[in-house]
Design a protein around this ligand. Structure first.
Ligand code: EPU
Length: 418
């Protein structure tokens, strides 16, 4: 197993490029199951989750070719409709195959994902939504068995709370249903807009992109199409926060500043200078960091996927910051590791109270999940001395060449065998 070793205190500078978004690429890949014609995706990131998803698609008979960041998927022949526990347990996003398989093949057997490091994360909204479209779901031996006689039927699906992959699953299923489906209280994350664009390019009738109500007019067949994966807003946000934590100034490139409204506002309030370009954000820290309060919310609110990273930044501020996590019930696993680096954080229910001490010190720490690992990298870049972060495979799931990108920007960071 690899670990990352970081010598803290080196300012970041220059340009840090952002790759395609993990959470956009995975649903776009799932959408290939809806058509017998090839789907071409551009700007696909090189990530462990993308490779796991390709293995999952292969298990259904999908053929693929990847050349750099271009991925061609061919689901002309589907030989199996079963997503095994072995694959689903390593990546919850596997549940995204349920809607497309059911819509095209009339049947799908997908392992229930179980809990994970950040919360229980049930899939009841996905299942209830598909039932509204006529799916008969049964739970057996840890698997969801969904089936429908003939085509799915359009219907109204209203989410109790907006679910990102729930919205994507119902959206994909509805494209091949008979009649009109209305999805209310839909999630509005930009990754869903990216999926809407691909589905429309495949011949789907969808109105309401980027709104909380999506109206889908089902068609009998979808055809091949091409789509570019949007830039990863969480990767971009992670690098912006890193520059804020370490100091110096840098430009995060190949990103979409409009996808980060809540973060950019908070970084400005924390005293950073932020200049937005068309596809780049310049960030500079010239003075002390001010404390800001954070509450995670569905998009366009502050993303839960940046909560751990901004917490690392707040440990370096000059005051008290209250960070409330409203999306997942157990997303403070990074707190215990940040304590080991000298942070002063108290968890009280769904909130963490961070008393900024202005400094951290290097220590051996352990990554517990993807975004928690990113927060440890940020803390380590700013800390005095050396930090060893073990269980780096979490980072490999969602950050394309993190070590290469940060070392090119001046960080002393390397990967080593444990
Ligand atoms: N929820 C339910 N029932 C459901 C679905 C969701 O109760 O059937 C609850 C969840 O437990 C949570 C809330 O609804 O409290 C919202 O969860 P959501 O369904 O939106 O999360 P998700 O679709 O499973 C995606 C991202 C996550 C990201 C969340 C929130 C992908 C592949 N994953 O998960 O990304 O944190 O939305 O924005 O898009 C990550 O990249 O590190 C990551 C965890």
């Amino acid at each position: 197993m690899d670990k990352i070793v970081i010598e803290g205190g080196y300012l970041l500078h220059g340009e840090i490029p952002v790759s395609g978004a993990k959470n956009a690429a995975l649903p776009l890949m799932a959408a290939c199951l809806l058509s017998a014609e090839p789907i071409i995706l551009r700007n696909v990131p090189d990530l462990r989750d993308v490779r796991t998803f390709l293995t999952l698609l292969e298990s259904f008979g999908v053929k693929w070719q990847k050349d750099g960041t271009v991925l061609v998927l061919d689901a002309s022949t589907i030989t199996s409709c079963e997503a095994s526990y072995e694959l689903v347990k390593t990546m919850r996003a596997s549940v995204l195959v349920l809607g497309p398989l059911l819509a095209r093949m009339g049947t799908a057997r997908v392992s229930l994902p179980g809990g994970c490091a950040i919360g229980a994360r049930p899939i009841n909204f996905h299942l209830q939504g598909l039932e509204k479209l006529g799916s008969q779901n049964e739970l057996s031996q840890g698997y969801v068995e969904a089936k429908v006689e003939g085509r799915l039927q359009g219907g109204t699906v209203c989410f109790d709370i907006p679910s990102v992959t729930g919205t994507e699953n119902i959206l994909m299923a509805a494209t091949l249903a008979e009649g009109i489906t209305v999805i209310k209280n839909a999630a509005r994350e930009p990754e869903i807009g990216n999926l809407v664009d691909l589905l429309i390019a495949m011949g789907a009738g969808i109105k309401g992109k980027d709104s909380d109500t999506l109206v889908v007019e089902g068609v009998k067949k979808l055809h091949g199409a091409e789509q570019e994966v949007i830039p990863d807003r969480i990767e971009a946000g992670t690098y912006l926060i890193a520059v804020g934590a370490v100091g110096g100034e840098a430009t995060v490139t190949h990103c979409n500043p409009q996808h980060l409204p809540a973060l950019l506002e908070k970084l400005r309030a924390a005293g950073l200078s932020i200049e937005e370009g068309q596809d780049r954000i310049h960030v500079a820290r010239k003075g002390p960091l001010k404390s800001v309060d954070i509450k995670t919310m569905p998009y366009p609110g502050f993303p839960t996927d940046l909560q751990a990273q901004i917490m690392a930044l707040m440990t370096l501020s000059d005051g008290l910051s209250v960070i409330a996590e409203t999306i997942f019930e157990n997303r403070f696993m990074h707190v215990a590791e940040l304590h080991r680096m000298g942070a002063d954080i108290k968890v009280d229910g769904h909130s963490a109270i961070v008393t900024g001490t202005g400094r951290l010190s290097g220590a051996p720490v352990m990554a517990t999940d993807l975004r928690a690992s990113a927060s440890l990298v940020i803390a380590a870049l700013a800390a005095e001395g050396e930090t060893h972060i073990s269980r780096v495979y979490h980072l490999d799931r969602g950050y394309d060449d993190l070590v290469g990108k940060l070392s090119a920007a001046g960080a002393r960071i390397r990967r080593e065998k444990e």
